[in-house]
Ligand binder design. Structure first.
Ligand code: G6P
Length: 453
């Protein structure tokens, strides 16, 4: 079995004495594979992303079971920053709004050639590594062309592709130049099976194929709704470093206050700014909450090579500060914002949460929505965007919002905060049960079994 993704399960750092230190990555896929254990006999093909990764490739020092591809830095930058995160991410999350418009010029064409080269490097490495009839599981929008390319090189292997993002509706997807849209669809249709996180994204993909590529052909489309890893989360969130961070957060929050938690990477699709504006609306329209609630907002900088992501990160900070300036008092900081990524602190915030705010413009699934109810000590209420994949499974017990509607989101926060303790705990239990229905290991095995037929 082979897995292919841009970001791999491990990364390396060069130490002062020149040695390499490895660090395991997070995320559902990594935990799914490690949950399956050493029997999996998998090879993971991924990009060398850091100086340490590239050094590990040069020294041939990588871990067993991982092959890093040292694609030239400019090719990777074009493919990753230029195409995957600036174009494909924006299309599938429907983020183009004036003045953020797609520009399909000569520069785009040059970057697209890099995206093709990047995908080809993966296809060739996989073709080289795969045993006769092997199962190859390709991940995400960085690698949409790989299934088609690999199919040509190795007709014997079984190929799947999984999308961890939404899929754009056909009217939006065909914003891409026709030849590019066709290439993406045909690339994906090189797979035997395609996986999506929800029925909605799978149907959108199918509609794109019917409209633009003459249908799905032989390819089977399946839905696998990745769930939270309850065992891991419950255990990890009880460790000492989480307790320490809870104590520090409690200090910042103050006694007897309700806590609204959000944890996101600073991606425009996460809608963090509107979340902060909704919280400001709550404080403005319902003064009874002043001094009685704190919004713990973790916004971890993501993809900072790109100006639009940097600007967004800065705006998040600005709006958080302005809410504090407007409403803060000597003994109360309305928004506690942290931007330094710290998993233990995220878990500490989950434990303290009375309300989780998850309001993306669009999101493939959103695991935070699934994780907080599992971890929170006293049970949490969930304010959830109807545009998150998690809505399909959690919608019934959540306070569902239209992510563009700031006033509606403020009202949902009020209702969630007003929920009596007993009812909140009951709802949280039901949310946690739904959120953990398909744990990562099962999610992964289902796909593997389906692929092997
Ligand atoms: C989000 C998406 C994934 C994607 C990942 C890439 O988590 O949900 O679909 O693979 O971002 O993140 P990166 O930091 O590698 O750009």
């Amino acid at each position: 079995m082979l897995v292919a993704s841009n970001r791999g399960p491990v990364s390396y750092e060069i130490q002062e004495d020149g040695s390499l230190r490895s660090k395991r990555g997070g995320g559902g896929l990594v935990s799914a594979l490690s949950a399956i254990g050493p029997d999996a006999r998998a090879l993971w093909v991924c990009s060398a992303l850091s100086d340490g990764d590239r050094e590990a490739v040069r020294r041939g020092a990588g871990e067993d079971g991982v092959r890093m591809l040292d694609v030239p830095a400019d090719v990777h930058a074009d493919a990753y920053n230029g195409i995957a995160n600036s174009v494909l991410w924006f299309v599938h999350h429907m983020l183009y709004q004036t003045p953020l418009e797609p520009v399909f010029d000569a520069e785009f064409r040059r970057q697209w050639a890099s995206y093709e080269a990047f995908n080809r490097a993966f296809a060739e490495a996989l073709a080289e590594e795969a045993a006769e009839g092997a199962a190859v599981l390709v991940q995400d929008y960085h690698l949409t062309l790989v299934p088609g390319m690999l199919r040509e090189l190795r007709p014997d292997v079984r190929i799947s592709h999984f999308s961890h993002t939404p899929w754009a509706p056909v009217e939006y997807f065909r914003m891409l130049p026709d030849d590019i849209a066709g290439q993406v669809l045909r690339g994906m249709l090189g797979a035997d099976r395609l996986g999506f996180l929800t029925r909605r994204w799978a149907d959108a993909f199918t509609a794109c194929c019917e409209a633009l590529a003459g249908g799905l052909g032989e390819t089977v489309v399946g839905v696998h709704g990745l769930g939270a890893d309850a065992d891991f989360l419950r255990k990890r969130s009880r460790e000492a470093d989480v307790d320490e961070r809870m104590a520090a957060l409690r200090e910042q929050i103050g006694e007897g206050r309700k806590v609204v938690v959000r944890v996101d990477r600073t991606e425009l699709s996460k809608n963090i700014v509107r979340g902060l504006l909704a919280y400001r609306r709550l404080l403005a329209d319902r003064p009874e909450w002043r001094e009685r609630v704190v919004h713990v907002a973790f916004a971890y900088p993501s993809r900072q090579d790109l100006e639009v992501y940097r600007d967004y990160t800065a705006e998040v900070r600005r709006v958080a500060e302005s809410v504090n300036e407007e409403f803060g008092t000597a003994g109360w900081t309305p928004v506690v914002l942290h931007v330094q990524d710290d998993f233990a602190r995220s878990l500490a915030a989950y434990r303290l949460a009375d309300v989780a705010l998850v309001n993306p413009i669009r999101d493939g699934m959103n695991l935070v929505a699934k994780e907080v109810p599992v971890v929170s000590d006293a049970g949490c209420a969930l304010v959830l965007s109807r545009e998150a994949g998690a809505y399909e499974e959690l919608g019934e017990d959540a306070f569902v919002v239209n992510p563009y509607d700031v006033t509606g989101t403020a009202e949902a926060l009020h209702e969630a905060l007003s929920l009596p303790d007993g009812e909140r705990a009951e709802r949280s239990k039901r949310l946690a049960a739904a959120a953990t229905a398909l744990p990562p290991a099962r999610w992964f095995l289902d796909q593997l079994e389906a692929l092997r037929g």
